[in-house]
Ligand binder design. Structure first.
Ligand SMILES: Cc1cc2nc3c(=O)[nH]c(=O)nc-3n(C[C@H](O)[C@H](O)[C@H](O)COP(=O)(O)O)c2cc1C
Length: 184
């Protein structure tokens, strides 16, 4: 699949078919995470593959009422839980190096985009779920204190195809030679 086609064609998928994700496809998706860029190649990510319907049901309770992805957590054959190890991305010899503090979220975002695009290229759908009780999810999965849960990503074959929500025009977010200097 052409890269721009993959970037533009990937959609958030909230409804899934029950078909299992083949091991090889999962392996490819995980390989895409493996090759994501990260701060000084620190690769702070940890990923938990949740297949057990009971665990998925528990995880679904960590989403607030009204989150449209609640059914996706249990409906998708797999839910991937992306975590990050604290205190390494953005750090040098244990000291934070920029005013941004921990770059864990940034690196986790890059890994997530690789994951979502690779899944899409394989005909699989994903939804990135950020709105949840992260601490509760960590408790359910036994995630240790020095690692935090960042996002849950249901993965499976799409049952529906959504249309793309509207994007800003390039001219609305790009400046030239200084902030706010839009193209003429
Ligand atoms: C960091 C992040 C958190 C998100 N959290 C949720 C969520 O909790 N529930 C949900 O249904 N969608 C969630 N989404 C999906 C977005 O709503 C979706 O990506 C956006 O509307 C653009 O649609 P598209 O992915 O089809 O291009 C999240 C996306 C991102 C990047």
């Amino acid at each position: 699949m052409d890269l721009m086609d993959a970037i533009k064609g990937r959609r958030t998928i909230r409804k899934y078919r029950p078909d299992a994700v083949p091991e090889e496809a999962l392996r490819n998706v995980l390989e895409a995470v493996r090759w994501a860029p990260s701060w000084a190649n620190t690769q702070c990510w940890e990923l938990i593959v949740v297949k057990d319907p009971k665990v998925k049901s528990e995880l679904a309770t960590t989403l607030p009422k009204g989150n449209p992805a609640i059914p996706s957590i249990t409906e998708a054959p797999l839910t991937l839980v992306l975590c990050g190890k604290k205190g390494i991305s953005g750090y040098y010899k244990g000291q934070v190096t920029t005013e941004k503090g921990d770059w864990l979220m940034f690196d986790a975002g890059l890994a997530t985009q690789n994951l979502s695009l690779a899944a899409h290229a394989l005909g699989l759908g994903t939804v990135i779920v950020g709105m949840m009780d992260h601490r509760k999810a960590g408790g359910i999965l036994g995630v240790p204190q020095d690692i935090e849960v960042v996002a849950m990503i249901p993965l499976g074959y799409p049952a529906t195809s959504g249309s793309a929500p509207k994007r800003k025009e390039i001219s609305e977010f790009v400046s030239y030679d200084g902030f706010g200097r839009r193209a003429q």
